[in-house]
Ligand binder design. Structure first.
Ligand SMILES: [Zn+2]
Length: 225
């Protein structure tokens, strides 16, 4: 007899483990909290081939299969503000019904069947275009930042400190310690402040940008500290 799973969060590791392998993700997280909501399981994968550092984000809403299907589907669809691919993963002993697949197709979400400790992609998600700043906010919560030079997303830190693998505007230190670089765009911050778009605290700017350690080491000329 299979163990009765009572909590939705007990399913997260099952879905996360499957997702890492199935979608070839290089990083994933569970239950990530954002300004406008939470994402049950999120993964990031490289899709740029050999000529680009483009990544794709995959968000999965996990359900035990007891909620109304259209409501759960709507919740999964909401993830499109953050992610490129959005899925609803539900516990099912039997197949999804044709009308449920019809709803998912109509809305534009993918479907994953969870059976015991196994997952199966039943319907693939169409590609969504998330709101840029919200997608970047999500990636930052995973300690991933975009390199302004090569365009790839790289690890800027760890869960407890998103920027621990970066030097703050100290180029020589970044070279010596093989770290990435973090810098601030002051002109843009001033412009946004004037327009009332973003108010900075204590006169400092939050317009942070990054350059990965690969670019620091290989593109810029070596400098001695
Ligand atoms: Zn780079």
């Amino acid at each position: 007899m299979t163990k009765q799973i009572t909590k939705e969060s007990d399913l997260y590791p099952i879905v996360q483990k499957w997702m890492m392998k199935h979608f070839h993700c290089f990083k994933s997280h569970q239950n990530i909290g954002l300004k406008h909501g939470r994402v049950d399981v999120i993964g990031v994968r490289d899709v740029g081939g050999s000529l680009s550092g483009e990544v794709e984000t995959i968000a999965i809403e996990v359900k035990r299969g007891v909620e109304p299907f259209a409501t759960a589907s709507g919740q999964a669809l909401g993830y499109q503000v953050y992610a490129n691919l959005v899925y609803l993963a539900e516990v099912r002993e039997t197949e999804f019904k044709p009308s449920e697949i019809e709803i998912a197709s109509h809305l534009g979400i993918g479907l994953i069947q969870i059976k015991g400790t196994k997952c199966r992609e039943v319907l693939s998600s169409p590609f969504h275009r998330p709101i840029t700043r919200m997608c970047l906010e999500l990636l930052e919560k995973m300690a991933l930042g975009k390199c302004q030079l090569c365009g790839t997303f790289f690890e800027t830190g760890v869960a407890t400190n998103y920027y621990s693998k970066l030097s703050r505007e100290k180029f020589a230190k970044a070279v010596d310690q093989e770290k990435g670089l973090m810098f601030w765009n002051r002109e843009l911050a001033t412009r946004k402040n004037k327009a009332g778009i973003k108010v900075t605290l204590d006169g400092s700017t939050h317009e942070r940008r990054f350059i990965c350690s690969d670019c620091i080491q290989n593109v810029f000329p070596k400098v001695s500290s």
